[in-house]
Design a protein around this ligand. Structure first.
Ligand SMILES: [Zn+2]
Length: 148
């Protein structure tokens, strides 16, 4: 069973690989999706090896980024930040009409303040103790560019 959230994520990755140029080598249709269990990135350019993450979010407003966007696991993100490793981020916003927009935030414009840990999941949760994070997009306001 695919959850609503997984379907939204898959839609976002599909839009990026079909609509976006590779930001590094500028070729079209060279971005491809990585397998779901690949941890640090969601798409790779099969020409130049460029890696990026893709996040999709539901919204009513396609022309501006939401204040926060749900991220993934906090522990590996925290370790990467400590090693000063950041990945470029595509954000796909999807409206109830299924219209969408795509924003891009390069790795060098990211900083630790935009990654905020969430509370660990409760003892009763299926993944008890697991901790996620969200992207605080206000911390990087004005830095993302709209691609579509
Ligand atoms: Zn490329």
């Amino acid at each position: 069973m695919v959850t609503v959230r997984q379907a939204l994520g898959a839609f976002g990755e599909q839009r990026v690989v079909q609509d976006c140029h590779c930001p590094r080598c500028k070729k079209t249709r060279t971005l491809v999706r990585l397998p779901p269990n690949f941890k640090c990135a969601d798409v790779i350019c099969d020409f130049c090896g460029y890696l990026a993450q893709v996040k999709a979010a539901s919204t009513k407003q396609l022309d501006r980024l939401p204040k926060s966007i749900l991220g993934a696991a906090w522990a590996p993100q925290f370790e990467r930040m400590q090693a000063a490793i950041y990945f470029p981020l595509f954000v796909v916003l999807v409206a109830p009409t299924e219209d969408y927009s795509i924003f891009y935030l390069s790795a060098d414009l990211q900083e630790p303040e935009m990654f905020k840990p969430r509370k660990p999941l409760s003892e009763k949760a299926r993944r008890a103790g697991w901790q996620g994070f969200f992207y605080d997009m206000q911390a990087v306001e004005g830095r993302a560019v709209r691609l579509r």
